[in-house]
Design a binder for this molecule. Structure first.
Ligand code: SAH
Length: 218
């Protein structure tokens, strides 16, 4: 059984990481505080513990990655969540981003398509700190029609195009943050649902995510 410990060195490194993310342009103090509060090294294999506070992505198994902290902060800032909002996340992965949203007290529904990653997260003790997160195994392209509509939707994998079904699961006035594009580079978009079938699209910076794939993987 792994022992989870957050020592002074790790807390210090985390503060430096938060400072560097702030310097890169993140201004939302609630988002920065969330990053500062979460021991990112808990989400990584012990082999990466020493470098967990570098601002980069790391492998989490099954060919997937935990996103770079700057990217997590960037997407979370764009999503602009308020406590108790109903939020859908596509791509649970390590659940790091999910816990950042948990820190911000949202009512989170997060979906992962890979059974192995989903099962791993189920046994991760730290997640019990955030009882407002609900975990689902499924295909994010389908969303969660039973629980829709959502105030916000966050996609943490690269979508080749904006998934129609997800747009339909947004409340009017709701927002979706999603990296869209082919293969290597994607553009961060924020879609605001302005009417029953009307959307406004804002375009932000370029990022590189692992692909959003169709269907479940057992
Ligand atoms: N938010 C994660 C980032 C993980 S990387 C974190 O903080 O660690 C993206 C994740 O999206 C991967 O785990 C991948 O398996 C998952 N994914 C890709 N396509 C998906 C889909 N259609 N539905 C649900 N999850 C998907």
């Amino acid at each position: 059984m792994r022992r989870y410990e957050d020592n002074y060195k790790q807390k210090g490194l985390r503060k430096q990481l938060v400072d560097s993310i702030r310097q890169k342009g993140i201004t939302d103090e609630n988002v920065l505080a969330a990053i500062n509060n979460i021991p990112r090294h808990y989400f990584l294999d012990t082999a990466f513990e020493g470098i967990a506070y570098e601002d980069r992505a790391f492998p989490i198994g099954e060919g997937q990655t935990i996103s770079q902290p700057y990217t997590v902060a960037y997407q979370t800032q764009l999503l602009d969540v308020k406590p108790f909002e109903k939020v859908l996340e596509i791509g649970t992965g390590s659940a790091y981003q999910a816990c950042v949203l948990g820190e911000l007290k949202v009512n989170l529904y997060t979906i992962e398509r890979q059974k192995k990653l989903f099962d791993l997260v189920k046994t991760f003790p730290y997640k019990s700190k955030y009882p407002t997160i609900k975990f689902f195994y499924g295909d994010g392209y389908e969303g969660l029609p039973t629980y829709a509509p959502f105030d916000k939707i966050l996609v943490t994998a690269a979508a080749p195009a904006i998934p129609e079904k997800l747009l339909k699961q947004l409340k009017t006035g709701g927002k979706m943050v999603i990296p869209v594009g082919a293969q290597d580079v994607q553009r961060m978009l924020r879609i605001t649902k302005t009417g029953a079938d009307e959307y406004q699209e804002d375009v932000f910076d370029d990022f590189s995510f692992v692909p959003m794939l169709t269907g479940k993987k057992g």
